[in-house]
Design a protein around this ligand. Structure first.
Ligand SMILES: [Zn+2]
Length: 191
């Protein structure tokens, strides 16, 4: 029988504990059981667990429902005497960056929505697909995509936006063929 963790494409060592259905979607409890993790500084593996803690990650929607991962992850001791990192948090490989509040796959989906809609209507489209996002989050994701190195652009999308309650303004330009932003943040105007 297929393991549930495989169904959610969780990496090896991540085990599904329970699934809770809430009004807004699904909350899946996941426990990390991988016996080792590598120190981010010296890259030596360690199996000495320091402590356990919870981490909540928004994940890509599941059959149109919002999905949240409630993770139990660990901190490890680094036992390398020459390493200055005594304790480190376990790395989740491709699932999420160390301090992120959403999974990498959800980030990528929001980026795609942002680039496909050029920012406009991206929040509404996201909501219809079970992705809760804000205009600012969508724009930030778009701006993290590396610039398109090509010299000429045939189809250009333009969106104006404001950050921080209207105090900073800018314009994002998207090459509609490559779906990459052009450098993008035309000088912000202080008002
Ligand atoms: Zn180390």
């Amino acid at each position: 029988m297929m393991k549930e963790a495989t169904l959610l494409a969780l990496s090896e060592g991540m085990e599904l504990d329970q699934i809770q259905i809430t009004e807004t979607g699904l909350v899946v409890s996941v426990i990390s059981t991988h016996p080792q993790s590598c120190c981010p500084l010296c890259l030596q593996p360690s199996s000495h667990i320091h402590s356990r803690y919870h981490r909540i990650l928004k994940d890509a929607p599941c059959v149109g429902r919002q999905l949240q991962l409630s993770l139990t992850v660990r901190k490890f001791f680094c036992r390398n005497p020459y390493c200055s990192q005594k304790v480190f948090t376990e790395r989740l490989k491709t699932l999420a960056e160390p301090w992120a509040r959403m999974t990498t796959r959800l980030k990528e989906q929001i980026t795609s929505i942002g680039l496909a809609t050029c920012g406009k209507g991206g929040v509404r489209l996201g909501n219809r697909l079970g992705i809760e996002t804000s205009r600012n989050t969508t724009l930030r994701r778009m701006m993290e995509v590396p610039d398109d190195a090509r010299g000429s652009v045939v189809y250009l999308g333009i969106d104006d936006f404001s950050f921080r309650g209207g105090y900073r303004f800018g314009t994002i330009l998207v090459d509609l063929e490559s779906h990459r932003p052009m450098r993008g943040l035309v000088p912000a105007v202080q008002s």
